[in-house]
Design a binder for this molecule. Sequence first.
Ligand code: C5P
Length: 223
Amino acid sequence: PAAVIVAIDGPAGTGKSSTSKAVAAKLGLGYLDTGAQYRAITWWMVANGIDVEDAVAVADAAGKPAIVSGTDPVNPTITVDGTDVSGPIRTQEVTSRVSAVSAVPEVRAVITELQRTIAAEAPRGIVVEGRDIGTTVLPDADLKIFLTASPEVRAARRSGELKGKEAADLAATQAALAKRDALDSGRKTSPLAKADDAVEVDTSELTLDQVIECVVTLVEEKR
Ligand code: C5P
């Protein structure tokens, strides 16, 4: 079959990453975590002492780091200037700053270009997860999914993923997620949004396996 492009968008904690990786692995497609790219550029800004609230400084630096994403769903990798940053991009320090960096249009232009190149080069197709994939990055995707879940369910899932001292209590996690979503949904340049032609899947009452099954079925219908 021809290469199939699947866009999976939605807020944090809806199961986007777990679902996207599993669907890609099952169908033999590539996988791209676009949130990891925004986290990687944010990590680089912090490591280089750039104030992420200074949009001019962030814009000026946007093209400097070389971000490379691997597309194997079983072992997704991400490097910045050759350094593996898979661990450091998940820290609270990066998570709390990524929305400010990703709101800067010059950052989005650089990252969007990378994403389109990766998607175009995926030999059998790819599952791309993010916030603006269906609306902006890949508006001609073969299938667009928009995942949602209640705020309580999302916070519970996210705190389950956090480890050690970063495992904040549920209320704090819920507040942090709400803040990040408000910033991501409220920004001017390609905010978090459901594309008109996306299929919305509310995952609140579904197991991960059920969500995966649902998306796999939708992809197969498109092939
Ligand atoms: O998906 P994840 O939670 O790792 O994304 C981290 C952040 O990256 C989001 O909160 C958002 O600010 C940004 N992002 C974005 N556009 C995307 C994917 C992620 O702005 N397509």
